[in-house]
Design a binder for this molecule. Structure first.
Ligand code: NDP
Length: 273
């Protein structure tokens, strides 16, 4: 039976470190979160961010705009917040027509790490804003005694916010994992997964990783968040606990790490800019 990697507890440790850092700063770091429309999941993510920010001592402002906000209106708001804030995020999803405005966020204020300049820096191994979920997974691995060096890590899912940046972080010099990146067109997914020392599931399909896909003793990071009739579940089936050595729960694994890494990026931006 596998043991749990407690993301909530590890996120709390990081929160305590950040609170001390912020306490020593002359003024509170400023973070603005822009929400467009009324997506219920977005509302609950923003609430979690606001609660964590308040505990850390970050001044978070929530800007809630209607779904019919124009490109020009959003551009104006972003331009203003680029000047006044240390960190600025636009909570996804947003209407397709507004997506180009994401690139208008100043890269040094882009605490979500989604701007093409920050992703480019990640490819080149240059310091920049790293996307929060991949950064949180790296912290989770180190702080749970699972340094990725020399390990074979299989990442399932290649999105630009999770799988792809995570595969880049893991293969950077100094982290030194050997990475296999799988996606919906991967042939023999079972065989790839079965070779993983560390298996990361970032797909968004409930219970798609099953026991027969996991090497005995592997470490499992379950990124998936799926709302089902049984409540919130990850991408990893419960029976995987029979063979894995350690596993992150859903909820309480990667989720809290994502939120605390957003705070970490905001503090970094406030200290550097
Ligand atoms: P996307 O939908 O953007 O990407 C999903 C990826 O999974 C794609 O690369 C897709 O492949 C791949 N995929 C789909 N079906 C299969 C399959 N059958 N076999 C192998 N690969 C497959 O999702 P995100 O990356 O944004 O999110 C993934 C999950 O993580 C979601 O449940 C999301 O809610 C959750 N999440 C959780 C966070 C947290 O903090 N806990 C933060 C961010 C996301 P292809 O590219 O070929 O289409």
């Amino acid at each position: 039976m596998s043991s749990i990697i407690d993301g909530k507890k590890i996120a709390k440790e990081i929160e305590t470190e950040l609170t001390a850092k912020v306490g020593a700063m002359e003024s509170a770091p400023r973070l603005s979160v822009v929400q467009i429309g009324d997506d219920p999941a977005s509302a609950s993510y923003i609430k979690a961010k606001a609660n964590t920010a308040s505990r850390v001592g970050i001044a978070l402002t929530h800007h809630h705009l209607p779904v019919d906000t124009s490109v020009k209106e959003l551009e104006n708001l972003v331009d203003n917040l680029n000047e006044s804030e240390d960190g600025l995020i636009i909570q996804l999803p947003i209407p397709k027509a507004l997506e180009p405005v994401l690139e208008r966020i100043k890269p040094e204020n882009d605490v979500d790490g989604f701007h093409s300049e920050n992703l480019g820096k990640l490819v080149q191994g240059i310091s920049g804003m790293v996307p929060c979920t991949p950064a949180g997974i790296i912290e989770l691995l180190y702080r749970s005694g699972n340094a990725p060096e020399g390990k074979h890590v299989v990442v399932v899912g290649r999105s630009t916010i999770v799988g792809t940046p995570l595969s880049l972080l893991l293969s950077q010099k100094g982290v030194d994992a050997t990475v296999t990146l799988c996606h919906s067109r991967t042939k023999s997914l079972h065989e790839h997964c079965k070779k993983a020392d560390i298996l990361v599931a970032a797909v968004g399909k409930a219970n798609m990783i099953t026991k027969d896909m996991v090497k005995p003793g592997a470490v499992i990071i379950d990124v998936g968040v799926n709302r089902t009739s049984e409540g919130l579940v990850g991408d990893v089936s419960h029976d995987v606990r029979d063979v894995a050595s350690q596993i992150t729960p859903v909820p309480g694994g990667v989720g809290p790490m994502t939120v605390v890494m957003l705070m970490s990026n905001t503090v970094k931006s406030a200290l550097e800019n």
